[in-house]
Design a protein around this ligand. Structure first.
Ligand code: ARG
Length: 571
């Protein structure tokens, strides 16, 4: 697509020799109000050098520019030069671009920018998959799609919490309080029950703690019986996690969790020792971070066992070696900020220049309307799955009311119900806490997933009515001059912003940019749709407007895909 901003920068560069095209390019603004033009250049910075008042400079440059073929007009308002791009030219550029790229519009054609590792979801074995993990899952998955769209090859890693002293406790609890049959029947909720019971009982019988530690030591030494139990707990948990992933449509490239690094930690601890970073304090090994004003990073406890951070440091080295990542991104709740800050520092102190490529992407908490926290303390894994299922059920009711004759209601209800929750998780800057509300998330007219999906389905339905097969969309004979009205141009402008928006979302690790963008396109599309009858007599007008419907459909579908949300063709 022709970059009008660049053309303007080049044009200005001929008049302003002291600034490079790049400088000018970065100074050009997009006015919030279309009456101020499509692009604007502020002249304040030139005042000193030209020894003229900025409005004078703006006026002189406008006079000098004269007529330009791709611009309808150039004006100066105070210290600004406002540029009005030729509408027909602009619409033609954008439409040609989207109609050429079709369903790949916005997506890189080659994955040649290197690897990006994304560590997301990462629930803990034998513990419930809670709503924090849900947020990590959907945000991580979206970042995955966004970086792939830019041309990176992403590696999605589910860093399962599958190692640690809690497994010793679980083995003791299992032997005392449960059975194979019960666990097979009840899954994680039974594992959780006996885990909680262990803690209650251990208060009275402290020797249980020692027993648990012994089991974990056995596990670390490769004892077959305890490892078999651990492996089984893991399978039981994974089976339940898989159900949630399936509902969400999320996949991973690797399930290498904490346990995977067991035999790799010693070498890394030795490396830290050799580099003089380790201090021994009452038998525990740690790296001091006094200069950084942080508590020390604990590497081993006094009984020699490793910690969460030890495994993260080891995993980072391993990932660098295997994937040679351009970036390694960790998506967790912001409560883990200190943990990541600490061990990122340790990596830096180890002299790894790639410490700067480690990125922690923290997000805020989700609470239920009415104040109850959506935490594991009040509920369990069933709770999260229940929420997802409830979303699907509620959507089914809405469909029953609005469109009872819809084909494959079940599948559409799944796509829309889940889409509603996923979208809601990412509509605001992810660092913000969310007060979840059914009414808001499922409002078909609000700024929601269903609202965007509905616009996509409507675009598909217009095309169907025009007799166009969705999977073989023809080339349209477009008359660009009939597409110069305000609402059409506003929509096309939005559509033109897609690639920049993807870049910004990646730079800021903010899927919310895409969610907001999808809402903007939807609003612009609805306005276009209300103001421009599409299936009219005049073939030229009809085809031209159908082309707009087609490009909108592609953009909405692709934007939703970047959020991990499906775009049903009917709803
Ligand atoms: N399992 C951890 C939790 O549930 C999240 C792990 C995040 N990833 C990591 N590499 N530390 O809180």
């Amino acid at each position: 697509m022709k970059d009008f901003k660049l053309e303007i920068a080049q044009l200005l560069n001929e008049k302003i020799n002291s600034l490079s095209v790049d400088d000018i390019y970065s100074m050009i603004e997009v006015p919030g109000n279309a009456t101020m033009g499509d692009y604007a250049f502020p002249c304040f910075k030139l005042a000193k050098e030209l020894r003229k008042a900025p409005p004078m400079i703006a006026k002189d440059i406008v006079d000098e520019l004269g007529e330009v073929d791709f611009l309808d007009k150039v004006e100066n308002v105070n210290a600004y030069i406002n540029f009005f791009v030729n509408k027909v030219e602009f619409v033609k550029e954008v439409l040609t671009d989207v109609l050429t790229e079709k369903e790949t519009y916005g997506f890189a054609k080659e994955k040649n920018l290197g690897n990006v590792v994304i560590d997301y979801s990462s629930p803990n074995i034998a513990k419930p998959f809670h709503v924090g993990h849900l947020r990590s899952t959907v945000i991580g998955n979206s970042l995955y799609q966004i970086f792939e769209a830019l041309g990176y090859n992403c590696v999605g890693i589910n860093h399962l919490g599958d190692w640690g002293t809690q497994f010793g406790k679980l083995i003791v609890a299992y032997k005392k309080y449960s059975s194979k049959e019960t666990i097979e029947e009840k899954g994680i909720s039974e594992l959780l029950r006996i885990y909680v019971l262990f803690h209650d009982e251990a208060k009275e019988h402290p020797e249980m703690e020692q027993e648990a530690r012994n089991y974990f030591t056995k596990m670390e030494q490769g004892d077959e019986e305890s490892l078999a139990l651990w492996k089984w707990f893991k399978e039981v948990s994974l089976k339940e996690f898989e159900r949630v992933y399936k509902l969400l449509g999320v996949e991973f490239d690797s399930f290498n969790g904490e346990a995977f690094y067991n035999d790799k930690m010693d070498a890394v601890i030795k490396e830290m020792e050799d580099k003089g970073l380790i201090e021994v304090d009452q038998g525990a090994k740690l790296v001091r971070l006094d200069e950084e004003n942080m508590a020390p990073c604990l590497i081993t406890k006094n009984d020699g066992s490793s910690l969460y951070a030890t495994r993260d440091i080891t995993a980072a080295e391993y990932r660098k070696k295997i994937y040679d990542f351009k970036k390694c991104i960790y998506v967790t709740a912001l409560q883990q900020n200190l943990h990541f800050a600490q061990w990122f520092k340790v990596i830096e102190k180890m002299g790894h220049e790639w410490h700067k490529d480690l990125v922690h992407v923290p997000f805020g908490m989700v609470s239920m309307e009415g104040g109850a926290k959506l935490s594991t303390r009040n509920g369990n894994i069933i709770f999260l799955e229940d929420i997802l299922k409830e979303a699907v059920d509620k959507t089914k009711q809405i469909i029953e009311e609005k469109n009872p004759s819809l084909e494959n209601k079940e599948e559409v209800a799944r796509q829309v119900g889940i889409g509603a929750i996923v979208f809601d998780d990412m509509y605001n800057n992810i660092i913000k806490d969310i007060q979840f509300s059914w009414e808001r998330a499922l409002d078909f007219n609000g700024e929601t997933g269903p609202y965007v999906q509905y616009a996509h389905a409507r675009a598909c339905s217009v095309l169907r009515k025009a007799g166009i097969e969705l999977d073989s969309i023809p080339n349209f004979d477009v008359d660009y001059s009939v597409l110069a009205d305000e609402s059409t141009v506003a929509l096309i402008k939005k559509i033109a912003d897609f690639k920049t928006t993807i870049k910004e979302a990646a730079n800021k690790y903010e899927p919310s940019y895409i969610a907001r963008y999808a809402v903007d396109v939807t609003q612009a599309f609805n306005k276009f749709y209300n103001e421009n009858p599409i299936l009219v007599e005049d073939e030229k007008v009809k085809n031209s407007r159908l082309a707009i419907v087609v490009v909108t459909k592609y953009v909405l579908k692709n934007a939703l895909a970047l959020l991990g949300i499906c775009a049903p063709v009917q709803m």
